[in-house]
Design a binder for this molecule. Structure first.
Ligand code: TYM
Length: 344
């Protein structure tokens, strides 16, 4: 083996990302992911899906799963994804994801998966009771991305490790099957103050769908009163806001609220501090609440409107699956040839 740099990928740029239909979407999902989807769709061909196959790595009530998929699709539309511009679909409607995931299961190494912190966090002390699917979850994620040869993946900070694994799988596939540059090495897009939104009750824990306290997060479907109340109750400290971002060090809750304000207003954190330096949370929180209500309120309203008559959502998902398959099928057919499958 020579130590040459890998052949670079020469294909077009593509954006792909997805969200699991496993509970109410919150401000973290919005700032870490959704807000970027609608921005990117106008720059690069964009593929956004609902990860219902990932959802069943933990038990989901079958009678509810389709509705949960519709809710995520409604959130996509309500936050500005345009189905005429972006391709929006459900993962399970494109069988190429599962087909490619199997090949990748045979490319990825156990040692790579053993390092995945999200599995360790989710499985806790009882990993032997978890589904095998939860363990190989990041392999399916690599297939989601590479079936479309996506080059950019807008996600929150917590997905960075899964993107590293995706790159490792792409690189090893290209090497193992003598296909230099076949798959790109996709990049996570995690920039910005919304990359890791923390709980409103504990500035050291990530805002999460699975936190038992509803006051820890602002849900996309919360009404104005609920949003304002959650901001008012958010944990803070007694000190006034500092003049510089460095002054927020060691003040996890204050740092989080300033980051949320910055992300929602589109201003750098430094500018937010210039505006509020010296003021206490008694003054800052009502301004943050107004901002959150003005951005999030209309999203919840639009989601409720779309979900009241799901025909439009279903049409978007049906059409999106056809378009997604048109792109994924030839790539997976090529993979089968490269691997030497009978059906290749
Ligand atoms: P999921 O459904 O857990 O989360 C969806 C997106 O929201 C981001 N996110 C956050 N961002 C900032 N602060 C937070 N507190 C926060 N919580 C969640 C996540 O980083 C994610 O971008 N594995 C993915 C779904 C997936 C996927 C993919 C993503 C499956 N296949 C292929 C990209 C490409 C997940 O669990 O997302």
């Amino acid at each position: 083996m020579t130590d040459q740099a890998p052949t670079p990928y020469a294909g077009p740029e593509r954006v792909l990302s997805g969200v699991q239909p496993t509970g109410d979407l919150h401000l973290g999902n919005y700032l870490g992911a959704l807000v970027k989807f609608s921005r990117l769709q106008h720059e690069i061909p964009t593929f956004i899906f609902v990860a219902d196959m990932h959802a069943i790595t933990a038990w989901q009530e079958p009678a509810k799963l389709k509705q949960q998929v519709r809710e995520i699709a409604a959130a996509y539309l309500a936050t500005g994804l345009d189905p005429k511009v972006a391709t929006i679909f459900a993962q399970s409607a494109v069988p190429e994801h599962a087909e490619l995931a199997w090949v990748f299961n045979c490319v990825a190494r156990l040692g790579w998966l053993d390092r995945m912190t999200q599995f360790k966090d989710k499985a806790g002390k009882h990993k032997e009771r978890e589904s095998v699917g939860l363990y190989t979850y990041p392999v399916l994620q690599a297939a989601d991305i590479l079936a479309y040869k996506a080059t950019k993946v807008p996600v929150g900070d917590d997905q960075k490790q899964h993107l590293e694994l995706t790159r490792d799988i792409a690189q090893k596939f290209n090497n193992d099957f003598s296909a230099p540059g076949f798959f790109p090495l996709p990049e996570p897009l995690t920039q910005g103050p919304g990359a890791r939104v923390m709980s409103l009750r504990d500035g050291t824990a990530k805002m999460s769908k699975s936190d038992p306290s509803d006051n820890s997060r602002i849900n996309l479907t919360d009404d104005a009163d609920a949003i304002a109340q959650k901001v008012r109750k958010a944990r803070t400290d007694a000190d006034p806001l500092p003049e510089t971002v460095a002054g927020l060090e060691g003040r996890a809750e204050a740092k989080n609220l300033v980051a949320i304000y910055a992300a929602l207003s589109g201003k750098p954190e430094a500018d937010v501090l210039t505006e509020y330096a010296g003021q206490g949370f008694g003054a800052f929180k009502p301004r943050l609440a107004d901002l959150a209500v003005s951005v999030m309120g209309p999203i919840g309203g639009e989601m409720r409107r779309l979900l009241a008559d799901p025909g439009e959502i279903d049409r978007v998902l049906t059409d999106g699956a056809v378009r997604a398959r048109e792109l994924a099928a030839p790539t997976v057919a090529e993979v089968k040839k490269l691997v030497g499958f009978w059906a290749g």
